[in-house]
Write a protein that binds this ligand. Structure first.
Ligand SMILES: [Zn+2]
Length: 418
């Protein structure tokens, strides 16, 4: 009897999964909101106990006593969540269920001043808001320029998705709004006087590989998806400053930005495999190494190297939460292609603070095709055969991503017409 029940439940779960073809949104429950004293005694931590990672989130701290958090997740069920008791910091929590997810107003006690930072917990699927004791002046400085989140907007336009978003979120909404993926920006890393990573023994330069693969991806798109426009940040061996690459993409009204690079590790000939990055915190040592190397190319241009603090990256993550969800989806599709079709060892999807992805108003990924420092991979990436396989893996991911998006747009518009 028990066995039958379990079987039925398993079937139900599968059915639910299948009903969500876009799979950008995962089902999530909010069980509890808790407030605890920080161990350093400098404030408090508000913890949102989510059963699964939220798709993305957005935070505003427009007034000293008001923090607003929007958790994006279309299947979020917050009705039964346990609220925290009134504490020295938090007076009350009000919530606003809406079609895009779940909004929270956190009302703070007025006799204290806290600076706030929101971030996902690295060890669980929880979201955290750290409150740090501060002065009235400091907190007001943090509040300056932060707009209120109007929950009314989320309810009002729920069928058309015409939400009032910051610039960063517009591209995401546009994609979901039926605009589709029409312009794809291909960014061949380095070029001209910036050779990128080098394998001196074999005389192989990163800039030649990235250009060859970017041009091949573009060729495939032009041939198999003629309705899509391809824009290159460079289509020959010229130097383009890292900080000029984003503006090229913005001017072209790009819907997706795909930056192509190759990796290298000093004095290591065995490291191998492809990596796909989205902009965010560098969470691993190898992500940090890759980030430092790619950003150092900026030294060759007029601007200095990008030095994003953890806080700036957090703010970026929050402001571009919508783009990040889309970027992450595209990144995982590319990763999947590398692993299954190109038979490449994939080192997974990672986050790091790449200057070239910084400030882009569209979903963006950065691909490290493989390691130039590994002779086998270096030869593979320089060969016509290797480049064709890598380019077709990237092309397939972009094609599948576009199909998935176009399908989800059709589903959305059908649902709202009924
Ligand atoms: Zn590079």
């Amino acid at each position: 009897m028990e066995r039958i029940l379990i079987l039925t439940m398993a079937l139900l779960c599968n059915a639910l999964l299948l009903l969500n073809p876009a799979n950008i949104f995962a089902q999530t429950d909010l069980e509890r909101v808790s407030v605890t004293e920080r161990s350093d005694g400098n404030g408090h931590v508000i913890r949102f106990h989510l059963t699964q990672e939220a798709d993305s989130f957005r935070v505003a701290h427009p007034e000293p006593d008001l923090i607003q958090l929007m958790i994006y997740s279309d299947q979020l069920n917050p009705d039964e969540f346990i609220r925290p008791a009134e504490s020295e910091a938090v007076k009350n929590i009000e919530y606003h269920n809406n079609r895009m997810g779940f909004g929270v107003d956190i009302i703070l006690n007025r006799d204290h001043f806290y600076k706030s930072v929101a971030y996902p917990d690295r060890n669980s699927s929880h979201l955290l808001i750290a409150l740090e004791r501060s002065t009235e002046a400091e907190v007001k400085k943090q509040n300056t320029g932060q707009n209120f989140i109007y929950w009314f907007d989320y309810q009002q336009h729920e069928t058309t998705f015409e939400l009032s978003f910051s610039d960063g979120d517009d591209a995401f909404m546009q994609l979901r709004n039926g605009q589709g993926v029409n312009v794809i920006v291909l960014d061949a890393g380095h070029g001209g006087r910036d050779p990128g990573a080098l394998n001196r023994q074999l005389g192989i330069r990163e800039k030649d590989i990235t250009l060859a693969v970017a041009l091949k991806v573009g060729e495939y798109i032009n041939t198999y998806m003629p309705e899509v426009e391809v824009v290159y940040t460079r289509d020959d061996d010229t130097f383009i400053d890292l900080k000029d690459r984003g503006p090229i993409a913005s001017r072209a009204n790009g819907d997706l930005f795909v930056s192509i690079h190759a990796n290298s590790v000093n004095n290591n000939t065995t490291a191998h495999g492809a990596e796909v990055y989205i902009l965010g915190m560098a969470r691993t040592a190898s992500a940090l190494g890759s980030m430092k190397r790619e950003n150092s190319a900026a030294n060759l241009g007029s601007g200095g190297p990008l030095q994003l603090t953890e806080e700036e990256l957090l703010i970026y993550e929050l402001a571009n939460a919508g783009n990040m969800a889309v970027s992450e989806r595209l990144a995982s599709m590319i990763e999947d292609q590398f692993r299954t079709r190109a038979q490449r060892r994939s080192r997974g999807v990672k986050q790091a603070g790449f200057q070239v992805l910084w400030d882009l108003p569209m979903p963006a990924v950065l691909i490290e095709l493989g390691f130039i420092s590994n002779p086998n991979e270096a030869r593979y990436m320089t060969s016509e055969y290797g480049q064709s396989i890598l380019a077709s893996a990237i092309f397939r991911a972009i094609r599948d991503f576009k199909l998935e998006h176009d399908r989800s747009i059709r589903t959305t518009s059908t649902a709202s017409n009924e």
